[in-house]
Write a protein that binds this ligand. Structure first.
Ligand SMILES: CC(C)(COP(=O)(O)OP(=O)(O)OC[C@H]1O[C@@H](n2cnc3c(N)ncnc32)[C@H](O)[C@@H]1OP(=O)(O)O)[C@@H](O)C(=O)NCCC(=O)NCCS
Length: 207
């Protein structure tokens, strides 16, 4: 599924201009998923499925991240991505695990500036729950990219029949909580110490 439409819709993806993504059908190969969006400053970003050849782009993106962003994403510190981390990031089945990246630039200059993924509960399909996580490079934060990625993942998850997306978010992670609150999806929060467990409902008719 590829969307190269015009980029004028300001509602479908929060503050980002973009054509609303068509809801994927079960026949679509999510490995071909892509959509373009224009940030308010005029930069065009591509949101696309993660590919096996993204390892060097993940490594380069990780090297640019601040410690705090890494901690908020992984709830622990990491100095670098190991081979196993890179395999995990790029070896995506697009069935139980769906991962998207946002990139700028093209060809050899294409750079990953954000990523989001969901991992469905283990066990045989059909899955109903998935854990979702995001990371946006600091230079690109505050421009609605996470909301846009969430919107894409919600459509994909809904098309695959998932009924809820969950996330563990540090209680002081206001930007992430804001993104979930703005999704318009019914949301439940349960807090344990400094981590809030978020559950977003994807049930039909509740959005
Ligand atoms: C949380 C995160 C994914 C949000 O991504 P984003 O693309 O910046 O989100 P948005 O642009 O939609 O911003 C959401 C809100 O947070 C605010 N915000 C975003 N980045 C911010 C920053 N660095 N400092 C202060 N506020 C920030 C935005 O301004 C916006 O609020 P506003 O519209 O009222 O101004 C991003 O900050 C990030 O990658 N953080 C580190 C990793 C992380 O926390 N992952 C979550 C684990 S599930």
């Amino acid at each position: 599924m590829t969307d190269n439409g015009d980029h004028t819709n300001k509602d479908a993806f929060g503050s980002i201009g973009g054509s609303p993504a068509a809801t994927p059908s079960p026949e679509d190969d999510l490995r071909d998923y892509s959509a373009t969006h224009v940030l308010s400053g005029g930069t065009t970003i591509l949101i696309r499925a993660v590919r096996p050849d993204d390892k060097p782009r993940f490594q380069a993106a990780f090297a640019n991240l601040e410690r705090d962003s890494i901690y908020r994403r992984f709830l622990s510190y990491k100095k670098e991505l190991t081979d196993a981390d890179l395999e995990h990031a790029t070896g995506v089945d697009f069935d139980r695990v769906v991962a998207l990246v946002a990139t700028v630039g093209a060809g050899g200059a294409e750079a990953i500036i954000a990523g989001a993924r969901y991992v469905s509960d283990p066990g045989p399909a059909p899955h109903c729950n998935a854990e979702i996580a995001f990371l946006v490079e600091e230079d690109y934060q505050g421009q609605g990219i996470a909301g846009c990625l969430l919107d894409h993942l919600v459509r994909i998850a809904g098309a695959k029949g998932l009924s809820q997306l969950c996330a563990d978010v540090l209680a002081n992670n206001r930007p992430m909580l804001t993104v979930f609150e703005r999704s318009g999806l019914p949301m439940r929060k349960t807090q344990f110490q400094d981590v809030i467990h978020i559950t977003l409902s994807l049930e039909r008719g509740t959005r």
